[in-house]
Write a protein that binds this ligand. Structure first.
Ligand code: UT7
Length: 332
């Protein structure tokens, strides 16, 4: 029997209806459309409104979209991997709830947290499980309700992030398609530059932490930017070299949507034509764990069987890496 590789065989996605545009942000903080557009490439982001709706709401919608489009029986799913930085609650895995809600009653489920690299690392985990032959259908969901941890009085962060979810199904492939190689890194030096100070075990939530706004995301954008540009470009170049890939035979760059300038720098180092760089940052902003699957969701029709895709991400921690995957199907 041929070697088992792990292929993506279905894609789903969901973004909430409410659009938070740059124009609206201008009325909330001291910023302007021109600054946001030129510094980040973002024009608008989606925000999940409504009492009691958490990340699971987004994840369930994305998973249901995948199940419907792929005509997949949720009872056949073996594992639901939930990549998220904004779980519904600190204890009680969001993935477990999502699995039950979508009818994946024969699956086990858990959450995976690596900030903006959560989904990329999840691709590695899902692929490894498939390659062992132990599981046949793994649903990997990337979902974040970033609006739940963003301070909408802080112009340094509130212009960047948005809410959304995407999902992919991993299955065994016997034609050599799917996951090919990975180069994943992390460095604890990043902890000072992108974090939420309070609410964890070091600084449990209190009246003071809330008053000091320590339950919101803090980012030293300039420093993160420098590490991200170098990190994403380095790993993407490395994965190309190691697999004898060139600017000609890489078909698509599927990279974390944090800042258009970081994407341009990564594509530049790979010498990739702009047309090969998938981009939707202008309409969703940075949706953390959801950026990679939302790119697949938006551009699925362009992807052809056998295409060479380079995935890349950089996130808090720091966490970063690159994955080389051969696309496994044509969309009708
Ligand atoms: O996804 C996880 C990883 N995260 C990232 O990859 C994010 C990486 N960082 C970035 O994308 C960028 O650093 C930002 C978009 C966050 C900020 O862009 P920047 O070009 O690094 O700006 P900056 O923070 O250096 O600020 C430049 C100026 C400052 O004013 P002065 O000191 O030069 O007078 C800021 O106060 O722009 C000011 N500024 C703003 N002005 C208008 C900062 N935020 C805003 C704003 N509107 N929203």
């Amino acid at each position: 029997m041929n070697k088992i590789t792990a292929a993506i065989t279905a894609v789903g996605g969901y973004v909430p209806d409410y659009v938070l545009s740059n124009t609206i942000l201008e009325t909330m903080v001291d910023t302007n459309d021109e600054w946001i557009t030129t510094r980040t490439g973002i024009k608008e982001r989606r925000i999940l409104k409504g009492e009691g709706k958490g990340t699971s709401y987004l994840a369930i919608k994305a998973a249901q979209d995948l199940l419907r489009k792929g005509n997949i029986d949720p009872k056949e799913i073996d594992l639901v991997l939930m990549a998220t930085t904004t779980p519904d609650m600190p204890v009680a895995s969001t993935g477990v709830f999502v699995a039950s809600q979508i009818g994946a009653v024969n699956a086990f489920a858990y959450d995976l947290q690596a900030a903006c690299s959560s989904f990329l690392y999840g691709m590695s985990t899902a692929s490894a499980y498939i390659e062992t032959g132990r599981y046949k259908k793994i649903l990997l969901i990337g979902a974040d309700k970033m609006s739940s941890i963003i301070d909408y009085t802080d112009r340094a962060t509130c212009i960047i992030f948005g809410d959304g979810a995407g999902a992919v199904l991993f299955e065994p492939n016997y034609e050599g398609l799917g996951f090919q190689d990975e180069f994943l890194r992390s460095d604890g030096i990043g902890r000072d530059y992108l974090k939420i100070d309070a609410g964890g075990s070091i600084l449990p939530p209190s009246k003071e932490t809330v008053e000091n706004r320590q339950h919101y995301v803090f980012q030293d954008g300039k420093t993160v930017f420098k590490y991200a540009v170098k990190g994403m470009a380095d790993v993407s170049e490395m994965i190309m070299q190691r697999n004898n890939l060139t600017k000609e035979n890489v078909d698509w760059l599927v990279a974390h949507q944090a800042n258009k300038r970081i994407l341009d720098a990564t594509a530049g180092r790979m010498e990739l034509d702009e047309a090969k760089v998938l981009m939707n940052i202008e309409k969703y902003g940075n949706t953390t764990s959801a950026t990679l699957p939302l790119l697949l969701f938006d551009f699925e029709k362009k992807l052809k069987k056998g295409d060479n895709l380079i995935f890349a991400a950089f996130g808090g921690g720091f966490t970063w890496g690159s994955i080389y995957l051969k696309w496994a199907y044509d969309t009708k």
